[in-house]
Design a protein around this ligand. Structure first.
Ligand code: PGA
Length: 262
Protein backbone atom coordinates (compact mmCIF):
# COMPACT_ATOMS: atom_id res chain seq x y z
CA UNK A 1 0.00 0.00 0.00
CA UNK A 2 1.20 3.50 -0.82
CA UNK A 3 1.83 5.84 2.14
CA UNK A 4 -0.27 8.96 1.80
CA UNK A 5 1.39 12.37 1.75
CA UNK A 6 0.42 15.75 3.23
CA UNK A 7 2.65 18.57 1.99
CA UNK A 8 2.76 22.32 1.76
CA UNK A 9 4.96 24.68 -0.20
CA UNK A 10 5.27 28.07 1.46
CA UNK A 11 6.52 29.75 -1.73
CA UNK A 12 8.03 33.16 -0.81
CA UNK A 13 6.37 33.31 2.60
CA UNK A 14 7.44 32.73 6.21
CA UNK A 15 10.84 34.15 7.06
CA UNK A 16 12.79 32.91 10.06
CA UNK A 17 10.60 34.32 12.84
CA UNK A 18 7.36 33.21 11.17
CA UNK A 19 8.81 29.74 10.51
CA UNK A 20 9.47 29.28 14.23
CA UNK A 21 5.95 30.41 15.12
CA UNK A 22 4.44 28.16 12.44
CA UNK A 23 6.43 25.13 13.58
CA UNK A 24 5.49 25.61 17.23
CA UNK A 25 1.82 25.95 16.40
CA UNK A 26 1.74 23.05 13.94
CA UNK A 27 3.55 20.75 16.36
CA UNK A 28 1.05 21.45 19.08
CA UNK A 29 -1.97 21.11 16.74
CA UNK A 30 -0.89 17.73 15.36
CA UNK A 31 0.60 16.32 18.57
CA UNK A 32 -2.50 14.30 19.42
CA UNK A 33 -3.07 13.03 15.86
CA UNK A 34 -1.91 9.61 14.71
CA UNK A 35 0.29 10.57 11.77
CA UNK A 36 2.27 7.33 11.79
CA UNK A 37 0.81 6.11 8.49
CA UNK A 38 1.53 9.25 6.44
CA UNK A 39 4.45 11.40 5.29
CA UNK A 40 4.27 15.11 6.11
CA UNK A 41 6.45 17.80 4.56
CA UNK A 42 6.81 21.56 4.62
CA UNK A 43 8.82 23.45 1.99
CA UNK A 44 10.08 26.75 3.47
CA UNK A 45 12.04 29.37 1.53
CA UNK A 46 15.81 28.76 1.54
CA UNK A 47 16.65 31.24 4.32
CA UNK A 48 14.21 29.52 6.69
CA UNK A 49 15.32 25.94 6.01
CA UNK A 50 17.80 25.44 8.82
CA UNK A 51 15.59 27.17 11.35
CA UNK A 52 12.62 25.06 10.25
CA UNK A 53 14.71 21.88 10.39
CA UNK A 54 15.54 22.58 14.05
CA UNK A 55 12.03 23.76 14.85
CA UNK A 56 10.45 20.56 13.45
CA UNK A 57 13.14 18.21 14.76
CA UNK A 58 11.61 15.21 16.52
CA UNK A 59 8.16 15.85 14.98
CA UNK A 60 6.48 13.99 12.09
CA UNK A 61 7.22 16.96 9.79
CA UNK A 62 10.16 16.79 7.38
CA UNK A 63 11.33 19.75 5.37
CA UNK A 64 12.38 20.29 1.80
CA UNK A 65 13.61 22.90 -0.66
CA UNK A 66 11.45 24.51 -3.34
CA UNK A 67 14.12 24.24 -6.02
CA UNK A 68 17.82 23.40 -6.48
CA UNK A 69 20.63 23.46 -9.02
CA UNK A 70 21.84 20.34 -10.81
CA UNK A 71 25.53 20.81 -9.95
CA UNK A 72 27.05 20.27 -6.49
CA UNK A 73 28.89 23.60 -6.40
CA UNK A 74 30.57 26.15 -8.64
CA UNK A 75 30.06 29.50 -10.35
CA UNK A 76 26.26 29.60 -10.32
CA UNK A 77 25.43 32.91 -8.66
CA UNK A 78 22.20 32.87 -6.70
CA UNK A 79 21.77 29.13 -6.81
CA UNK A 80 21.52 26.42 -4.12
CA UNK A 81 22.76 22.86 -4.57
CA UNK A 82 21.43 19.48 -3.48
CA UNK A 83 24.25 18.90 -0.93
CA UNK A 84 23.45 22.33 0.53
CA UNK A 85 19.79 21.34 0.94
CA UNK A 86 20.81 18.12 2.64
CA UNK A 87 23.15 19.98 4.98
CA UNK A 88 20.34 22.43 5.82
CA UNK A 89 18.24 19.48 7.00
CA UNK A 90 16.11 18.74 3.93
CA UNK A 91 14.65 15.37 3.08
CA UNK A 92 12.68 16.56 0.02
CA UNK A 93 13.06 18.90 -2.92
CA UNK A 94 10.29 20.25 -5.11
CA UNK A 95 11.04 20.35 -8.83
CA UNK A 96 9.22 21.89 -11.80
CA UNK A 97 6.69 23.93 -9.90
CA UNK A 98 4.49 25.85 -12.36
CA UNK A 99 5.85 29.19 -11.11
CA UNK A 100 9.42 28.05 -11.82
CA UNK A 101 8.40 27.12 -15.38
CA UNK A 102 6.39 30.27 -15.96
CA UNK A 103 8.58 32.97 -14.40
CA UNK A 104 12.08 31.50 -14.48
CA UNK A 105 12.11 29.70 -17.80
CA UNK A 106 12.69 26.23 -16.40
CA UNK A 107 12.23 23.33 -18.76
CA UNK A 108 11.75 19.63 -18.10
CA UNK A 109 15.16 19.02 -19.63
CA UNK A 110 16.67 21.11 -16.79
CA UNK A 111 14.34 19.38 -14.36
CA UNK A 112 15.71 16.02 -15.54
CA UNK A 113 19.23 17.09 -14.52
CA UNK A 114 17.99 18.35 -11.17
CA UNK A 115 16.01 15.19 -10.50
CA UNK A 116 19.02 13.06 -11.33
CA UNK A 117 21.17 15.01 -8.87
CA UNK A 118 18.52 14.93 -6.16
CA UNK A 119 18.20 11.15 -6.50
CA UNK A 120 21.97 10.69 -6.45
CA UNK A 121 22.36 12.47 -3.10
CA UNK A 122 19.29 10.90 -1.48
CA UNK A 123 16.81 13.78 -1.59
CA UNK A 124 13.24 12.76 -2.39
CA UNK A 125 12.08 14.71 -5.45
CA UNK A 126 8.54 16.04 -5.54
CA UNK A 127 8.09 16.27 -9.29
CA UNK A 128 5.35 18.67 -10.40
CA UNK A 129 3.46 17.79 -13.56
CA UNK A 130 0.60 19.77 -15.04
CA UNK A 131 -0.99 21.03 -18.22
CA UNK A 132 -1.77 24.64 -19.12
CA UNK A 133 -5.35 25.80 -19.68
CA UNK A 134 -4.76 25.90 -23.47
CA UNK A 135 -3.41 22.36 -23.43
CA UNK A 136 -6.43 21.20 -21.47
CA UNK A 137 -8.77 22.96 -23.90
CA UNK A 138 -7.05 21.28 -26.85
CA UNK A 139 -7.55 17.86 -25.24
CA UNK A 140 -3.79 17.42 -24.89
CA UNK A 141 -3.50 17.11 -21.11
CA UNK A 142 -2.43 13.46 -20.96
CA UNK A 143 0.02 13.86 -23.83
CA UNK A 144 1.63 16.85 -22.04
CA UNK A 145 1.79 14.96 -18.72
CA UNK A 146 3.45 11.98 -20.39
CA UNK A 147 6.02 14.16 -22.08
CA UNK A 148 6.83 16.04 -18.84
CA UNK A 149 7.14 12.89 -16.77
CA UNK A 150 9.13 10.87 -19.27
CA UNK A 151 11.54 13.75 -19.92
CA UNK A 152 12.13 14.24 -16.18
CA UNK A 153 12.69 10.57 -15.33
CA UNK A 154 14.69 9.74 -18.45
CA UNK A 155 17.79 7.79 -17.41
CA UNK A 156 16.45 6.70 -14.02
CA UNK A 157 16.33 2.94 -13.52
CA UNK A 158 12.68 1.82 -13.22
CA UNK A 159 13.34 0.42 -9.76
CA UNK A 160 14.09 3.92 -8.43
CA UNK A 161 11.05 5.67 -9.89
CA UNK A 162 8.81 4.88 -6.86
CA UNK A 163 11.15 7.03 -4.73
CA UNK A 164 9.85 10.08 -6.62
CA UNK A 165 6.63 11.73 -5.45
CA UNK A 166 4.66 12.73 -8.54
CA UNK A 167 2.62 15.88 -7.91
CA UNK A 168 -0.18 16.44 -10.40
CA UNK A 169 -0.75 20.19 -10.34
CA UNK A 170 -2.85 21.40 -13.27
CA UNK A 171 -1.29 24.77 -14.02
CA UNK A 172 -4.70 26.40 -14.53
CA UNK A 173 -5.83 25.32 -11.03
CA UNK A 174 -2.95 26.76 -9.00
CA UNK A 175 -3.74 29.89 -7.00
CA UNK A 176 -7.39 29.87 -8.09
CA UNK A 177 -10.73 29.96 -6.31
CA UNK A 178 -11.43 26.30 -7.01
CA UNK A 179 -9.49 23.09 -7.45
CA UNK A 180 -9.98 20.89 -10.50
CA UNK A 181 -13.14 18.78 -10.21
CA UNK A 182 -12.82 15.34 -8.58
CA UNK A 183 -13.83 13.71 -11.88
CA UNK A 184 -11.11 15.54 -13.79
CA UNK A 185 -8.50 14.77 -11.13
CA UNK A 186 -9.48 11.08 -11.21
CA UNK A 187 -8.96 10.94 -14.99
CA UNK A 188 -5.55 12.62 -14.89
CA UNK A 189 -4.28 10.53 -11.98
CA UNK A 190 -5.40 7.39 -13.76
CA UNK A 191 -3.64 8.58 -16.90
CA UNK A 192 -0.45 9.28 -14.94
CA UNK A 193 -0.50 5.83 -13.38
CA UNK A 194 -1.03 4.32 -16.83
CA UNK A 195 1.98 6.22 -18.16
CA UNK A 196 4.03 4.69 -15.33
CA UNK A 197 2.55 1.26 -16.09
CA UNK A 198 3.39 1.49 -19.78
CA UNK A 199 6.93 2.75 -19.36
CA UNK A 200 8.09 1.30 -16.04
CA UNK A 201 5.81 -1.71 -15.45
CA UNK A 202 2.98 -2.64 -13.10
CA UNK A 203 5.01 -2.80 -9.92
CA UNK A 204 6.41 0.72 -10.34
CA UNK A 205 2.95 2.05 -11.23
CA UNK A 206 1.44 0.50 -8.09
CA UNK A 207 4.19 1.73 -5.78
CA UNK A 208 4.61 5.34 -6.96
CA UNK A 209 2.77 8.06 -5.06
CA UNK A 210 0.81 10.57 -7.16
CA UNK A 211 -0.46 13.50 -5.10
CA UNK A 212 -2.75 16.37 -6.13
CA UNK A 213 -2.11 20.11 -5.78
CA UNK A 214 -3.90 23.23 -7.00
CA UNK A 215 -6.32 25.21 -4.81
CA UNK A 216 -6.72 22.44 -2.25
CA UNK A 217 -8.47 23.49 0.97
CA UNK A 218 -9.54 21.68 4.14
CA UNK A 219 -13.07 21.87 2.65
CA UNK A 220 -12.42 20.22 -0.74
CA UNK A 221 -9.55 17.98 0.41
CA UNK A 222 -11.71 15.15 1.71
CA UNK A 223 -13.42 14.53 -1.64
CA UNK A 224 -10.11 14.67 -3.49
CA UNK A 225 -8.61 12.10 -1.10
CA UNK A 226 -11.50 9.73 -1.86
CA UNK A 227 -10.22 9.36 -5.43
CA UNK A 228 -8.57 5.99 -5.87
CA UNK A 229 -5.36 7.13 -7.53
CA UNK A 230 -4.80 10.18 -5.31
CA UNK A 231 -2.08 9.49 -2.74
CA UNK A 232 -2.06 12.78 -0.91
CA UNK A 233 -2.45 16.55 -1.02
CA UNK A 234 0.01 19.30 -1.89
CA UNK A 235 -1.25 22.61 -0.59
CA UNK A 236 -0.25 26.24 -1.03
CA UNK A 237 -2.33 29.12 0.35
CA UNK A 238 -4.65 27.04 2.54
CA UNK A 239 -1.64 25.77 4.49
CA UNK A 240 0.36 28.95 4.89
CA UNK A 241 -1.08 29.21 8.38
CA UNK A 242 -0.35 26.30 10.73
CA UNK A 243 -4.03 25.90 11.51
CA UNK A 244 -4.87 25.24 7.85
CA UNK A 245 -2.08 22.73 7.40
CA UNK A 246 -3.02 20.95 10.63
CA UNK A 247 -6.50 20.39 9.16
CA UNK A 248 -4.96 19.00 5.97
CA UNK A 249 -2.70 16.66 8.00
CA UNK A 250 -5.76 15.46 9.88
CA UNK A 251 -7.70 14.79 6.64
CA UNK A 252 -4.81 12.83 5.16
CA UNK A 253 -4.28 10.82 8.38
CA UNK A 254 -7.98 9.92 8.41
CA UNK A 255 -7.87 8.94 4.73
CA UNK A 256 -4.87 6.70 5.45
CA UNK A 257 -6.78 5.00 8.24
CA UNK A 258 -9.82 4.48 5.95
CA UNK A 259 -7.59 2.93 3.28
CA UNK A 260 -5.95 0.63 5.84
CA UNK A 261 -9.36 -0.63 6.95
CA UNK A 262 -10.72 -1.05 3.41
P1 PGA B 1 -2.43 26.76 -4.08
O1 PGA B 1 -0.93 26.44 -4.53
O2 PGA B 1 -2.85 25.66 -3.14
O3 PGA B 1 -2.34 28.08 -3.42
O4 PGA B 1 -3.28 26.78 -5.33
C1 PGA B 1 -0.63 25.13 -4.90
C2 PGA B 1 0.76 25.05 -5.43
O5 PGA B 1 1.27 26.02 -6.01
O6 PGA B 1 1.41 23.99 -5.29
Amino acid sequence: MRRLVAGTGWKMNNGIADSIRYAEELRSRIAAMDTSAIDVYVLPPFTSLTTAAYAFDGSPVAIGGQNMHWEDSGSWTGEISAPMLLEAGCRYVELAHSERLQHFGETYELVRRKLDKAMSVGLIPILCLGELAEEKAAGRADEVLASQMLTAIDGQPDTRVPEIIMAYEPRWAIGMAEAASPGYIAERHRALRNILRKHCGDEVAEKTRIIYGGSVTPENGKDILEIEDVDGLFVGRAAWKAEGFARIVELVSEAARRKQLA
